[in-house]
Design a protein around this ligand. Structure first.
Ligand code: 13P
Length: 249
C-alpha cells in the first residue's frame, strides 16, 4: 500500500512572520490526517521550518537542487548534501517553472534527481504538458519522454522517486484537470513504471498538481493512480491546505 503524500510548494512566497503563523495553524489542523505531509518553503526558511516543525508529523522539502555532487565553485548553488544536512527530506526536480523560466531540460532534471538520491534526499520528479501540447494530442508523449529520461539515467534506487504530474495549463490558473483527465495520465505513468518493473509500479507514488483545492481534492485523491497532491497556491492558506490534507481517505 502506497502511503499518500500531500506536499505544499510555497514557491517564492512568505516571510518569517507569515511562516510562523501558517505553521502554527497548520500543525494541529493536520495532526489526524491519514496522509504524509510535507512543506516546501523557499530555501532560506528551511531552518525556521525545521525549528517550528520539530516533533510534528510534517517533513520539509526544497524547491530545487544543484546537479553538482561535489563541493566547488558553483556560486548560488546548493547541493543535495547541504539539503540533507539542513533537514530536507524531499526536493522538487523538474518543476515546470524551473523548466520554462530557467531553461532546465530533461537531462539536467535527471542529473538533479541522481544528485538528490546520492545524498539520500527523496526527489519529487515533476512532469507535465503545456496547453498547446495537450491540444496537439501530445500529452502522453511529452510526459513519457520527461519521465523516461530520468528512469533511464538512474542506475539504481528508482523506487525512491516520487512522480508529480502537473499539467502546465493547470498550474496557478484555477483550471484543474478533471479527475478523469488526471487519472488517464497517472495510469499511463504507472504503465511506464511497470515497463521498468512491476515492483516499481507498485511502489512509486504519483502525485497530482495543478490548482488543487479543498473543493476538488477528495475527488482527485479517490482516483486509483493518484497517490496525493503537490499543492501550490492553496498551501499558503493553513485552513485550505489542512482541508486538502484531511481529504486523504
Ligand atoms: P497551484 O496549486 O498554485 O496551481 O500550483 C501547483 C504547483 O505548481 C505545485 O508545484
Amino acid at each position: 500500500m502506497r502511503q499518500k503524500l500531500v506536499a505544499g510548494n510555497w514557491k517564492m512566497h512568505g516571510n518569517s512572520q507569515s511562516i510562523r503563523e501558517l505553521l502554527a495553524a497548520l500543525t494541529p489542523a493536520v495532526a489526524e490526517s491519514a496522509a504524509e505531509i510535507a512543506v516546501i518553503p523557499p530555501l532560506v526558511y528551511v531552518p525556521l521550518c525545521v525549528d517550528l516543525l520539530a516533533g510534528s508529523k510534517l517533513s520539509i522539502g526544497a524547491q530545487t537542487v544543484s546537479e553538482q555532487c561535489d563541493p566547488g565553485a558553483y556560486t548560488g548553488e546548493v547541493s543535495a548534501e547541504m539539503l540533507a544536512d539542513s533537514g530536507c527530506h524531499y526536493v522538487l526536480v523538474g518543476h515546470s517553472e524551473r523548466r520554462s523560466l530557467y531553461g532546465e531540460n530533461d537531462a539536467l532534471v535527471a542529473a538533479k534527481t541522481e544528485a538528490a538520491l546520492n545524498a539520500k534526499v527523496l526527489p519529487i520528479v515533476c512532469v507535465g504538458e503545456t496547453r498547446e501540447q495537450r491540444e496537439a494530442g501530445e500529452t502522453l508523449k511529452v510526459v513519457g519522454r520527461q519521465l523516461d529520461v530520468v528512469l533511464a539515467t538512474l542506475k539504481s534506487e528508482h523506487e525512491k522517486i516520487t512522480v508529480a504530474y502537473e499539467p502546465v495549463w493547470a498550474i496557478g490558473t484555477g483550471l484543474t484537470a478533471t479527475p478523469e483527465q488526471a487519472q488517464e495520465v497517472h495510469a499511463f505513468i504507472r504503465t511506464q513504471l511497470a515497463a521498468h518493473s512491476a515492483e516499481l509500479a507498485d511502489t512509486v507514488r504519483i502525485l497530482y498538481g495543478g490548482s488543487v483545492k479543498a473543493a476538488n481534492a477528495a475527488e482527485l485523491f479517490a482516483q486509483p493512480d493518484i497517490d496525493g497532491g503537490l499543492v501550490g497556491g492553496a498551501s499558503l492558506d493553513a485552513e485550505e491546505f489542512a482541508a486538502i490534507c484531511n481529504a486523504i481517505g
